[in-house]
Design a protein around this ligand. Structure first.
Ligand SMILES: [Zn+2]
Length: 315
């Protein structure tokens, strides 16, 4: 039974089901984060508002009443919302509110049978939903194919289930939630310590530090030497720390090169096509995810790729 579940077919089917859940994660996690931000900003604002206003604009000046009214209105709006978690409320069509039934929630199949439309109102359902399910299924199957019926296959699947939503959320919102990046670091360190992967514990810990440090150093250099805004967000650093913890430090350079090359090619392509403005930051998470997935599935090859490119940058 365990062999069947851990076969490429078994893990592929599990991947389709997990991919269906990842759609919920990609859809709701950013909303959950942003609601927290609004709440936090509001609390800060209510506390600092009068004092900072006077400090900034004059001791006898009062903050305009519209400010207090606006913050009160946003607070009321937030308090009036039904709580949003990954589990509640159940999925509904955003257009007509039709509750998605179990039969309409079969990964990929339901979308094909419904021909990409809501069964109640006929509104189009984006193709990225079945695409994420299919991608998760294929990558889970690839983990089983690469590592056989083993703990390493399951660890790699867990990494896939964290890296894919990171890529999509960063692509859409330039946001890498801690609730995805930190578990990736923990997964890597625990897997190495428990001997679930061939990565040695020391290499995993070094990998986490090197992954974080290399992007931190790059961002600091960019800021200090070139007087530009820091190009690296902390989320990117935590994400590469997680990749390093999973694979050990050896494939980090290769994964990073691969991510940078992909990012540069796509970025230049989008600018050339006029689809992207030069000033808008390009999220790095999607490319880190691709580099990370390659490093998880093919650590030796990505390690070798990094070494072969080292002379090009004078290392
Ligand atoms: Zn509908």
């Amino acid at each position: 039974m365990a062999d069947l579940i851990l076969s490429p077919l078994g893990l592929g089917i599990l991947g389709l089901l997990i991919g269906s859940f990842l759609n919920v994660v990609v859809h709701r996690l950013p909303a959950m984060y942003m609601r927290e931000w609004w709440r936090f900003d509001l609390a800060e604002f209510a506390l600092a508002d009068a004092r900072s206003w006077r400090a900034a604009f004059g001791a006898r000046d009062e903050p305009p009443r519209e400010l207090a009214a606006a913050s009160e209105a946003i607070k009321r709006h937030l308090d009036g919302l039904a709580p949003l978690t990954l589990w509640r409320p159940r999925s509904r069509c955003p257009e007509c509110g039709h509750a998605i039934r179990a039969l309409e929630n079969i990964p990929v199949v339901s979308w094909l049978v419904l021909r990409g439309r809501c069964s109640a109102c006929g509104t189009r359902i984006a193709w990225r939903y079945p695409l994420l399910e299919a991608a998760t299924g294929i990558l889970f199957a690839a983990c089983a194919w690469r590592f056989g019926a083993s703990a390493q296959a399951l660890v790699s699947c867990a990494a896939v289930a964290l890296l894919l939503p990171m890529a999509l959320i960063d692509l859409e919102y330039t946001l890498l939630p801690d609730s995805l990046t930190i578990p990736l670091v923990v997964l890597g360190l625990v897997a190495a310590a428990a001997g679930w992967t061939p990565v040695r514990w020391g290499d995993a810990a070094t990998g986490a530090l090197v992954g974080y440090g290399v992007l931190w150093a790059f961002g600091a250099f960019w800021q200090l030497a070139l007087h530009k805004a820091n190009a690296m967000a902390e989320g990117d650093m935590k994400m590469l720390a997680g990749i390093g913890a999973l694979t050990g430090w050896q494939p980090i350079a290769g994964a990073l090169f691969l991510a940078a090359i992909l990012g540069a090619v796509v970025g230049v392509g989008l600018i050339a096509l006029g689809r992207h403005k030069r000033e808008v930051p390009i999220p790095f998470g999607p490319y880190l995810a691709l580099g990370g997935l390659a490093a998880v599935l093919f650590p030796q090859a990505i390690g070798g790729f990094g070494e072969s490119l080292a002379p090009l940058v004078g290392l």
